[in-house]
Design a protein around this ligand. Structure first.
Ligand code: AMP
Length: 412
């Protein structure tokens, strides 16, 4: 079905064509008509499946249909898009602004996030903004400074909704919800909705339409591999794997900020262009590293989970889990940085004796079985792991800690 069947205005269709979108993705086909009708929506769609345009297009159509404000008057904010990370705010803001370029009236999109000076954001909000894309903390700061009001809003979007509803953001989100009008449209988008979050979401929405476009036919084309290697040998193995020309660019996930620094530094010693990416870097540095990575100036970005959500890196061939993620949900988002918009992708996880059982839990939650591999010259020497003839792993029973982890995973 073409975009023209979705009742979008000609100026939006022009913007869509300009971005090279030939036909709507499954999530766009399902969500756009419902959002235009004003319904609440909970949409789970694969990573990289075009979620941003799925909510941006109908929002823009609605905003463009409202009369332009008189010169000098303040634009009321009619849509708020909340996102969990600064980079995602910038990315979503860019997409919304790009899709708005041909609209008959100017739609002002303001992007606000922490880690940078608040003053330019306050200045930018002086005449109001039709659509605000924000991370929760900075949004509240701006509201506290009277730089912005969200009391007349018509639509709230939670992008990466499960992350925003997670404990880390819980308090901020509750404060924001209290400032919003009760009568509004609420849209939740994510690739993952763990059961606890699902229940919380239901209490915040009015008769939501549930859209599930995750199926085997539109699952991203991501090949998953799991390699057994001693923890101490991982950087060397990474270096070895980087000799493969198809590993032209690589996103490596580690567990801590410290590990991101160390791994990047080690790779640089071997003349591999690598930079860390984590929450303790200045926002300027974060933006620069991401920009260099996106534009192919940087070969390896070594990141914590701050880079796991939503960030769209075109043609990223490989993601490596140098350290395993904490949960199956994080695994989905991490590997979803590759294989985007129909491209193929490869996700490689390094496993050791101690992490094998955790990976098995992730596999279980994903409903997949990834064959275990060893790479010649990097065979593990740590005891406890033996590959059986089917590629399965023998000889490691779940410890008490593993069982606790399993319980935590099942909760998410
Ligand atoms: P998102 O899930 O919104 O991050 O989008 C993932 C990627 O898909 C982005 O690079 C979008 O530009 C691209 N995209 C979105 N919609 C379409 C479409 N209908 N056809 C082709 N690519 C699209």
């Amino acid at each position: 079905m073409p975009f023209s069947s979705l009742n979008l205005s000609p100026s939006l269709l022009e913007a869509v064509a300009e971005r090279g979108y030939a036909v709507p993705t499954a999530i766009q086909l399902a969500a756009i008509p419902a959002i235009l009708q004003g319904r609440d929506v909970v949409a789970s769609a694969q990573t990289g499946s075009g979620k941003t345009a799925a909510f941006a297009l109908p929002l823009l159509q609605r905003v463009a249909a409202t009369p332009a404000v008189a010169r000098g008057a303040i634009r009321p904010t009619s849509a708020l898009i909340l996102v969990p990370t600064r980079e995602l705010a910038a990315q979503v803001g860019e997409t919304v602004a790009a899709l708005s370029t041909h609209l008959p009236r100017r739609v002002k999109v303001a992007v606000v996030f922490g880690g940078v000076s608040i003053n330019p954001q306050m200045m930018n909000l002086r005449g109001g903004a039709d659509i605000v894309v924000a991370t929760p903390g900075r949004l509240l700061d701006l509201i506290d400074h009277n730089a912005l009001s969200i009391s007349a809003l018509s639509t709230l979007v939670l992008d990466e909704a499960d992350r925003l509803l997670d404990l880390g953001f819980g308090e901020e989100l509750q404060r924001i919800l209290k400032l919003l009008p009760e009568a509004r449209q609420t849209l939740f988008f994510s690739a993952t909705f763990p059961p606890v979050i699902e229940a919380l979401a239901s209490s915040m929405l009015r008769a939501p339409l549930r859209i599930e476009t995750i199926s085997s036919s539109n699952t991203p084309d991501i090949v998953q591999r799991a390699i057994h290697v001693d923890a101490a040998q991982r950087t060397q193995l990474l270096r070895h794997l980087l000799q493969d020309a198809s590993w032209s660019r690589l996103l490596v996930f580690v567990a801590t900020k410290h590990a991101a620094e160390i791994v990047a530094e080690k790779l640089r010693k071997y003349s591999i262009k690598a930079e860390p990416f984590h929450g303790e870097l200045s926002q300027g540095k974060r933006q620069q590293v991401l920009h260099d990575f996106k534009t192919n100036t940087l070969r390896v970005m070594v990141a914590t989970d701050v880079a796991a959500r939503g960030i769209d890196i075109a043609q990223l061939p490989v993601v490596v889990n140098f350290d395993l993620p904490r949960s199956a949900v994080d695994y989905t988002h991490r590997i979803g940085r590759t294989g985007r918009a129909g491209e193929p992708g490869l996700a490689v996880s390094f496993l050791s004796t101690t992490t094998e059982s955790h990976f098995r839990l992730i596999e279980k939650r994903q409903g997949v079985r990834v064959p275990r591999e060893q790479i010649a010259g990097f065979e593990p020497t740590e005891t406890g792991v033996a590959i059986d003839s089917n590629g399965g792993v023998k000889g490691s029973r779940p410890s008490k800690k593993d069982k606790l982890r399993a319980a935590a995973l099942n909760q998410r």
